[in-house]
Design a protein around this ligand. Structure first.
Ligand code: N01
Length: 536
């Protein structure tokens, strides 16, 4: 069943999949441009990532004064944050406030998980079908499905036999999970585990943390935001937001242009110490060559190693908790009390680097030749990043071509916005865009504005379909490989290269050329009449 009229005209100008920060702003902007838009969302509410990731300790690692929309000066002026880094409930409250303030819910269908999206080449429209059989037609389809939204649950043998509770950090229950008096296993030691471990450890009788690979961790130094700081930010928002966009990460922070390789050892140390004391992701901005030169990177590793050793009572644990790979290669994690948690008597690190979890049993886990009896298992095992949310839907473009098949050797996009063979299908923060290397909110806004302006251009020029050329796409894919290949970033087994998902092709997924270069390229493409795209 399709919802197009008898002349084949689609019911909507655009169908947006996802009501996270991307889908919400796109709906608001396109509605304001006079388009008829419908959003379909799998969850029962708005907020995307912040709707699903309700695990204990969930908190953003970008400062709250920057992790917010800037498209509405009024919204920006009226909203107040309570902490330097907002916790998940506060960000979700913000998302709901935005939905109410701009009356977004009337154009969103919740509890609607998309199963397929099929392009009709003759009618030049997309038909989106939900798992419960509802269909929508739209001239355009925009996938605002997020970068880290398809949870990865490894297929541990025996998982279905386990009699206790199993949770995934990315699909956490809405009601409070009380671990008081319980024995808990957490599997994984990425951001989600590092945030939840101290909180779960404070409740549980016993916590086992199963670590395959340690992460580099820097203190967050979260604190309440005082009114003066907030007022100062609000007063200087426009210049700070502009300055942020001129930074590689889209974050307003101090990035040192000096190279560690050219700094004296005590100068290096002082710079790291300053940033360690400040806390946060800006630690990696200490020197400009940390992700380019292994020797430079080593200076940062040595500094952090010494700090971690100093925090642990059991010095033998340090060898297990300190990574043996480049700092910043996997996503840097910022923490609140992670290492200190290992000083508690009820917490044990289980090193599974050489002997993986053998199986889940009725009563717990078997690993490293030991049986662990537990009441609950927390999968902090991450996501099928950047492509998973897209390839789990059956997306069919021209001639019935499948996106999943096209991307079987790795995703291919032009600017991370569109893929050849899939006219009128856009992705917000898709693979090949800066996305996860930036502050997601300004990156989302830039994409939303580019896509909605493009659709308005199509309307104003009486065009009905847009698609990138194969040549433009190939050139962008090659450019992506070159840019990341000139750095140390692809050197370790991170989710940036799909290494966390068995069988996923090893391709560097996000664009590592920086936000300013990316914005410039997107603007240039438009200025040259949508160079690299064919408009019909
Ligand atoms: O997931 P991850 P995450 N057996 O992929 C382990 C963002 N985020 O949810 O490293 C045993 O980082 C896996 O081990 P290994 C942020 O961008 C942000 O924590 O693959 N272990 C790893 O330790 C982040 O990077 C915030 O060897 C297995 C862990 O599970 C991204 O989301 C908060 C395994 C997964 O770590 C993802 O973070 C949270 C197996 N079979 C998330 N499979 C903030 O803003 C996987 N693992 C602060």
């Amino acid at each position: 069943m399709t919802t197009a009229d008898e002349n084949g005209k689609p019911e909507f100008d655009a169908i947006i999949v996802g009501a996270g920060f991307a889908g919400m702003y796109l709906l608001h902007r396109m509605r304001g441009m006079g388009f008829k838009v419908r959003v379909v969302e799998a969850a029962t509410g708005v907020g995307g990532t912040w709707y699903w990731n309700r695990y204990p300790g969930a908190r953003c690692d970008v400062e709250s004064m920057q992790y917010s929309y800037q498209f509405s000066p009024e919204l920006q002026a009226e909203w107040s944050w309570t902490e330097r880094y907002a916790a998940q409930p506060e960000i979700l409250t913000y998302a709901n406030h935005v939905a109410d303030r701009f009356d977004l819910r009337r154009d969103i269908d919740f509890d609607t998980r998309v199963k397929s999206a099929v392009y009709d080449e003759t009618a030049k429209h997309w038909t989106i079908t939900s798992e419960d059989g509802r269909s929508y037609t739209g001239r355009y389809c925009v996938m605002a499905t997020g970068c880290l939204s398809s949870p990865n649950t490894p297929r541990f043998e025996g998982l279905e036999d386990f009699k206790g509770a199993v949770y995934h950090t990315g699909t956490w229950p809405h009601e409070k999970v009380d671990f008081t008096g319980k024995t808990v296993a957490i599997i994984g030691t990425g951001s989600s585990a590092i945030q939840s471990t101290p909180v779960i450890a404070s409740e549980a009788k016993q916590l086992y943390l199963f670590q395959r690979t340690p992460h580099w961790v820097i203190p967050a130094r979260n604190r309440p935001l005082d009114p003066e700081q907030q007022a100062d930010w609000k007063q200087h928002y426009s210049e700070r937001r502009a300055a942020a966009k001129a930074n590689f990460s889209g974050i307003f922070a101090n990035y040192n242009k000096q190279k560690a390789a050219e700094a004296a050892p005590d100068e290096c140390r002082a710079e790291y110490q300053r940033r360690w004391d400040q806390g946060g992701l800006a630690f990696m901005g200490a020197f400009s060559d940390l992700l380019i030169d292994d020797d430079a990177n080593k200076t940062a590793r040595e500094f952090v190693t010494e700090k971690v050793r100093g925090m642990l009572k059991d010095k033998s644990l340090a060898d297990k908790l300190i990574p043996d790979y480049l700092i910043g290669c996997k996503r840097l994690v910022i923490d609140t009390g992670y290492y200190e948690t290992f000083n508690k008597p009820n917490v044990e690190l289980v090193d599974i680097s050489n002997s993986p979890i053998e199986r889940i049993t009725e009563t717990g886990l078997r690993a490293s030749g030991r049986e662990f009896e537990v009441d609950a298992i927390v999968m902090a095992t991450g996501f099928d990043a950047m492509t998973g949310a897209l390839t789990r839907m059956d997306i069919r473009g021209r001639d019935g071509g499948s996106l999943k098949e096209k991307w079987s050797e790795g995703p291919r996009t032009y600017l991370g916005l569109m893929s050849h063979g899939f006219p009128n299908l856009f992705t917000i923060t898709g693979p090949g865009s800066p996305s996860v290397f930036t502050n997601m909110l300004p990156t989302i806004e830039q994409h939303v504005e580019w896509v909605s302006d493009c659709i308005a251009y199509m309307r104003d020029h009486q065009r009905q379909s847009i698609e990138p050329s194969r040549d433009a796409e190939d050139a962008w894919v090659v450019h992506n490989e070159e840019v990341s290949g000139n750095t140390l970033k692809p050197a370790c087994g991170s989710w940036y290269v799909g290494a966390n998902i068995p069988g996923k092709p090893r391709v560097f997924l996000p664009y590592f050329g920086g936000f300013p270069a990316y914005i410039e390229k997107c603007n240039e493409v438009v200025a040259k009449g949508y160079e690299g795209f064919s408009l019909n």
